[in-house]
Write a protein that binds this ligand. Sequence first.
Ligand code: HEC
Length: 144
Amino acid sequence: MSSEVRSKSRALQPGIVFSMLVCAGIAASGSARAAAQDGWYTTDQATSGHQLFNNYCAQCHRPDLTGAAGPALVGDAFLKQWSNKPLSALFSFEHSKMPATNPGSVPDDVMWNITAYILQKNGLPAGSVALGQPTEAGKVLPAK
Ligand code: HEC
């Protein structure tokens, strides 16, 4: 290694130490770790989910998710209800109980896109992998 290269790598060290600290902070927040690695859904998926939500769910939960005939799907009460629970629990609830008038009528892939939109509205980050059966495994919704 030339001395020039060596001094460059030394110059990088504060940055490395900083990112280690950031990583340690994320690890300390527990379940947020998996999410931080790859996000929860893709932005495209949430955009599609927005439209689907309007079609299937908004009549009872309002287009802005603040609730009407059904409860709000955004905000503290919603997050408290689902925090520290597997994402699969939220999905099974939606899939088996919603829409309330015709439970189970929404296909899986459509419901995953809708779920991506709900997560987006609740502030969970987008990533490069779409939310779905293989990618949700083991994901736990963040503590509120
Ligand atoms: C006909 C009205 C209606 C429609 C349409 C509807 N919901 Fe609901 N939803 C409700 C009611 C009523 C509840 C509360 C009953 C319960 O929790 O069992 C509820 C509860 C929920 C909850 C739980 C909220 C909480 O605080 O725990 C979720 C999540 C949900 N709905 C998602 C959806 C999704 C996704 C769709 C669209 C696919 C949808 N709902 C369509 C009426 C509706």
